[in-house]
Ligand binder design. Structure first.
Ligand code: NAP
Length: 285
C-alpha cells in the first residue's frame, strides 16, 4: 500500500449530495464478484479509501460484502452502502422481505440506499415506492431510488411518491449516450450512477483512450472514469477485484481532460449498450 493512497480519506473523493445524504462519486461495484474474492475486494477498497459499495440481492454476495466492510475496520457509518430489491418481488411484502434479507446478510441495521433494480410492469410503482418509504421511515434505509429507468419510467417514479428519489443507476460509459436520462435526472435533482463505467473492461482495448492516458500519465480505465466524473452529479461504480484495479480506479481525481481529449471521446460511437436482458424496459433512443 503506498502511503499516499492509504491516507486517502472519504473527504478526498467528492460527494454527490441529495436528501441530506452524501454519496462518494466513486464507489466499488460487485456484480459477478463472489466468495472470498468479493470479501477481499471490499476490504481492500475500503482500506484504500473507498467509502461507497454497490451490491444487490441478485448478486448473491451480500454476506461477503458485509464481511468485507467489517474486516476493513472502517466504521459502518463512514460507508455509503447500496443494495437493490430482489427482482420479481416488488409488491409491498416482497419489498419488506427483500430489504430485511439484505440487512440480515449484510449484518447491518440499515443501508444507505435501496434501489428498485429493474422497473417491472406487474406492480404499480406507487405500491413499491410506498413500501420503500415505509422502510425509510423505519430507519432501514437512508434513501431510496431506482435503476435502469428510461425517461418514461423515471417520470412515473418521480410522480408516484412525495419522497425524494436519490438517483437512477444506469449503464453509462463513453460508448453509450444517456442524454435524455441525464437531463431528466438533472431537472429533478437526482444523481446519475454510472454502472459498467469501464464498459465491462471494453475501454482497456481502446487505443484512443490509452493515448489520452499516456499524455496524462494515466491508464485508459482512468481516462474513462475521469470522463464520467467530470460531469455534474455523475457517480461511477467500477467493479474491481484485484488490488491493482481497485487502487487505479480511485486514483482519478488529480488530472483533467483537455478540449482535445474531450473532442476525441466525443467522436466515439455512443450507441453501444452492453446490458440488455429480456426483462429490460424499452430504452430511450
Ligand atoms: N443496476 C444494474 O442493473 C447494474 C448492472 C450492471 C452493473 N451494475 C453495477 O455496476 C458495477 C460495475 O459494472 P460492471 O461490473 O458491469 O463493469 P465495469 O466496472 O465497467 O468493468 C468491470 C471489469 O473491468 C475490470 N477492471 C476494473 N478496473 C480495471 C482497471 N483499472 N484496469 C483494467 N481492468 C479493470 C474488472 O476486472 P477485475 O474484476 O478482474 O478487477 C472487470 O472485469 C457492477 O459491479 C455493479 O455493482 C449494476
Amino acid at each position: 500500500m503506498t502511503t499516499a493512497t492509504a491516507e486517502r480519506t472519504v473527504e478526498a473523493v467528492p460527494c454527490f449530495e441529495r436528501d441530506g445524504g452524501k454519496m462518494p462519486v466513486l464507489g466499488l461495484g460487485t456484480f459477478q464478484s463472489s466468495g472470498e474474492a468479493c470479501r477481499n475486494a471490499v476490504e481492500t477498497a475500503l482500506k484504500l479509501g473507498y467509502r461507497h459499495v454497490d451490491t444487490a440481492r441478485m448478486y448473491e454476495n451480500e454476506v461477503q460484502v458485509g464481511q468485507g466492510i467489517r474486516d476493513s475496520g472502517v466504521p459502518r457509518g463512514e460507508v455509503f452502502l447500496t443494495t437493490k430489491l430482489q427482482m420479481g418481488e416488488l409488491h409491498p411484502d416482497g419489498v419488506r422481505t427483500s430489504c430485511e434479507n439484505s440487512l440480515r446478510e449484510l449484518s447491518t441495521d440499515y443501508v444507505d440506499l435501496l434501489l428498485i433494480h429493474w422497473p417491472e410492469e406487474s406492480v404499480p410503482l406507487a405500491d413499491t415506492l410506498g413500501a420503500m418509504v415505509d422502510l425509510k421511515n423505519a430507519g432501514r434505509t437512508r434513501h431510496i431510488g431506482v435503476s435502469n429507468c428510461p425517461v418514461s419510467w423515471l417520470e412515473k417514479a418521480i410522480k408516484s411518491t412525495d419522497e425524494p428519489l436519490f438517483c437512477n443507476q444506469v449503464e453509462y460509459h463513453c460508448y453509450l449516450e444517456q442524454g435524455p436520462v441525464m437531463k431528466t435526472c438533472h431537472d429533478h435533482g437526482l444523481g446519475v450512477v454510472a454502472y459498467s463505467p469501464l464498459a465491462r473492461g471494453g475501454v482497456l482495448k481502446d487505443d484512443a483512450l490509452a493515448r489520452i492516458g499516456r499524455k496524462h500519465g494515466k491508464t485508459a480505465a482512468q481516462v474513462a472514469l475521469r470522463w464520467l466524473l467530470r460531469q455534474t452529479d455523475v457517480i461511477a461504480i467500477p467493479k474491481g477485484t484485484s488490488e491493482e484495479h481497485i487502487r487505479e480506479n480511485i486514483d482519478v481525481f488529480d488530472f483533467e481532460l483537455d478540449h482535445e481529449d474531450l473532442a476525441t471521446i466525443g467522436d466515439f460511437d455512443h450507441g453501444h449498450r452492453l446490458i440488455d436482458p429480456e426483462w429490460a424496459p424499452e430504452w430511450d433512443t
